[in-house]
Design a protein around this ligand. Structure first.
Ligand code: ATP
Ligand code: MG
Length: 364
């Protein structure tokens, strides 16, 4: 068990800066997820920690051991680091049984036979695969193969665990089960872990903290609820969950936590609780989650009722997802009420929306 410190990590590939000045401290036993769009530098960060790739700048330390320090010219090769790596592809040896696959890292490390048997049994029980010890990889499901891959990593007791999209090859149902199982295993193991995923539900469900990356840099670090409820910028708001962005202009200034009067794109005015200071005359973007809005049904206490045009409707099981247009701004509503007609009166609460300065430069 150990903590992980990453300081000023930078990695370039030719002219491309894949990771730029990444700073992250993962506490002993903490489970941290790197989340972000394709190409944002998640795998490059993991590869630098594992030593698969030599970074250009910064420092990486696990427990008391310096793995990499550009300034001091320190670089430990992967075999001299204590990192357990699991990738998207299962990469099991096809000609070896489950038990032999798991034994392989122990034979490499010359662990005596009796000790080897004990550890294989223990780790297969941990991933609930003890009944499959004699099977070959092709006789297992994708989820089971991924458990064996994880067992093969855990068996040599690494100081930290690095998981790069380990569930992304599984179909949706299997992936749900694997996620629940990984969540249980995580609570039992309490191993310092960096997990990489594209899947925000996975990130929200599994992590102590989430690191949202954008273009090689960290956009925000926080607990799942912080990231979802208090995104630092429109990029994070748009990347995690669905967000509706309403362009607006500030009519009366408000300090942080005060009440600001806004004019929305359709000319309508509404008062909001400003979670950030707002200056009269400035352009802002007001962000709401689809579940914060509802169809106006007469009785509204505060907030605003906006007249919108329905652009699409889809039944998604239990709920309708409704596409709306407010003076050119696209919005999405989730509702149990089947929406009829072409227009919809939408109610927005005055508290709970997030105010961003400027227009919304959101992710593609
Ligand atoms: N070996 C390489 N040579 C050149 N460029 C690379 C190499 N590896 C990564 N890159 C570039 O570095 C950037 C970050 O890549 P990285 O693989 O870290 O992204 P990622 O966040 O893991 O994306 P994905 O979600 O698609 O796996 C990308 O622009 C990528 O094209
Ligand atoms: Mg990747």
């Amino acid at each position: 068990m150990a903590d992980l410190v990453i300081e000023g990590l930078t990695k370039r590939f030719g002219g491309v800066t894949a990771v730029e000045d990444v700073n992250l401290h993962v506490a002993d036993g903490e489970f941290v997820t790197l989340l972000g769009p394709s190409g944002c530098g998640k795998s490059t960060t993991l590869a630098a920690v594992a030593g698969l790739d030599r970074a250009d700048g910064g420092r990486i330390q696990v427990g008391g051991t310096v793995y990499f320090d550009a300034a001091r010219g320190i670089y430990r090769p992967p075999e001299a680091r204590s990192c357990g790596l699991v990738f998207q592809s299962y990469a099991l040896w096809p000609h070896m049984t489950v038990a032999d696959n798991v034994a392989f890292p122990l034979s490499l490390r010359k662990v005596p036979a009796a000790e080897r048997r004990r550890r294989i049994e223990e780790v297969l029980a941990l991933v609930e695969m003890e009944r499959y010890a004699g099977r070959y990889p092709h006789e297992l499901s994708g989820g089971q193969q991924q458990r064996v891959a994880l067992a093969r990593t855990l068996v040599y007791q690494p100081a930290i665990l690095l998981l790069d999209e380990p569930l992304s090859n599984l179909d949706a149902k299997l992936r749900d089960r694997a996620r629940a199982w990984l969540g249980e295993l995580r609570t039992r193991l309490r191993l310092t872990t960096i997990y990489v995923t594209h899947d925000q539900i996975e990130a929200l469900a599994l992590s102590d903290r989430i690191v949202v990356m954008n273009g090689g840099r960290i956009a925000q670090i926080g607990a799942p609820q912080d990231i979802y409820e208090r995104p630092a910028d429109p990029f994070v708001a748009d990347f995690i969950g669905t967000t509706n962005f309403l362009p607006a202009r500030v009519v009366t200034s408000a300090p942080e936590g005060g009440r600001a009067l806004l004019e929305l794109a359709d000319g309508q005015r509404m008062e909001v609780q400003a979670d950030r200071a707002a200056t009269a005359g400035s352009r802002v973007t007001l962000a709401y989650r689809p579940e914060q809005m509802r169809i106006a049904d007469g009785a509204t206490d505060g907030g605003a009722v906006l007249k919108t045009r329905i652009t699409s409707r889809a039944y998604v099981g239990g709920l309708w997802q409704v596409g709306l247009d407010l003076a050119g701004a696209p919005l999405r509503l989730e509702t149990r009420q089947p929406p009829g007609g072409e227009e919809l009166h939408l109610w927005l609460p005055e508290a709970g929306g997030i105010l961003f300065r400027g227009g919304a430069d959101v992710a593609a």
